[in-house]
Design a protein around this ligand. Structure first.
Ligand code: COA
Length: 261
């Protein structure tokens, strides 16, 4: 188990459904939730992307169900949620982390390229929220949407992701208002540049990383652990009156307008 500043039982008895939960930031969130008492259902398009995380969670003494589902496919999402409820009996926490990303200039991006990322990030987030609504209503559960800061200003080569994540933030705010009456809290996290993800290694050349580091107020890139801690806080009872917030976890990076591209 990894080190923690939280007590190990803050999510005891909870069942968490995490999309994109096999790898990267959301994989870290899934593992961290398991290490703090939650039972995990993780989804991704391909089962092979889930197996290592399932094993890691189980080796750490946790319970994990791995279900393949493309968040763009509403029926597949419904089926994954049904399987989770059949297996664990309920869902308390939904984390929308499934996302697509690549760097591409707007004048080179195809309509399908733009639409694909919006479909995965925005429509996928809606699909999972919508399909889990009845379960969350029953459990007075909560949703955590993984967003970004790219759209706060403007990020070249990221028009598709910026538009998609702006949509995710709108979903967070709308659902927090519409579903608050059922006791469902809906929040988000907007990570800044996180250095230990595949995406960042793939998207960011080393010289640019050094340049950006100098412009991050806290003087370093974020780590998956920083996002895990924010996710544990927001989904725990400590955040019981926080609803409709997208928490920026970026060391103050976006305020300086430090473009990543
Ligand atoms: N640059 C420009 N366009 C791209 C692209 C890139 N690097 N990657 C995909 N596209 C475009 C494709 O050209 C296609 O458009 P077209 O039909 O007009 O040619 C469209 O996006 C769909 O691509 P496709 O590969 O068929 O979609 P997919 O559903 O299989 O996968 C992604 C889409 C985004 C998930 C895929 O590009 C991918 O696997 N990315 C890396 C993984 C990732 O993003 N992880 C999350 C990190 S946050």
């Amino acid at each position: 188990m990894t080190e923690t500043i939280f007590t190990r039982d803050i999510l005891q008895g909870k069942v968490a459904f995490v999309t994109g939960g096999g790898t990267g930031i959301t994989g870290g969130i899934a593992r961290a939730m398991a290490e703090h008492g939650a039972k995990l259902a993780i989804t991704s398009r391909k089962t092979e992307n889930l197996e290592p995380m399932k094993k890691l969670i189980e080796d750490g003494g946790g319970e994990c169900l791995a279900v393949a589902a493309d968040v763009r496919d509403y029926e597949a999402v419904e089926s994954a949620i049904a399987q989770t409820v059949e297996h664990f009996g309920k869902i308390d926490i939904v984390v929308n982390g499934a996302a697509g990303n690549f760097l591409c200039a707007a004048d080179e991006l195809s309509a399908n390229g733009f639409g694909t990322v919006v479909d995965i990030d925005t429509k996928g987030t809606f699909n999972v929220c919508r399909a889990s609504f009845e379960e969350l209503k029953r459990s007075k559960g909560q949703i955590l949407n993984i967003s970004a800061t790219l759209h706060y200003l403007a990020t070249p080569m990221q028009i598709h992701v910026s538009a998609a994540k702006a949509g995710v933030d709108a979903i967070t705010r709308n659902l927090s208002v519409e579903w608050g009456r059922y006791g469902i809290r809906v929040n988000g996290i907007a990570p800044g540049p996180i250095e230990d993800t595949e995406g960042m290694k793939r998207l960011l050349p080393e010289p640019l990383k050094d340049k950006i580091t100098k412009k991050i107020p806290l003087g370093r890139f974020g780590r998956i652990k920083d996002i895990e801690n924010a996710a544990l806080f927001l989904t725990s009872d400590a955040a019981g009156y926080i609803n409709g917030v997208t928490l920026v976890v970026d060391g103050g990076q976006w305020l300086l307008g430090t473009s990543l591209a």
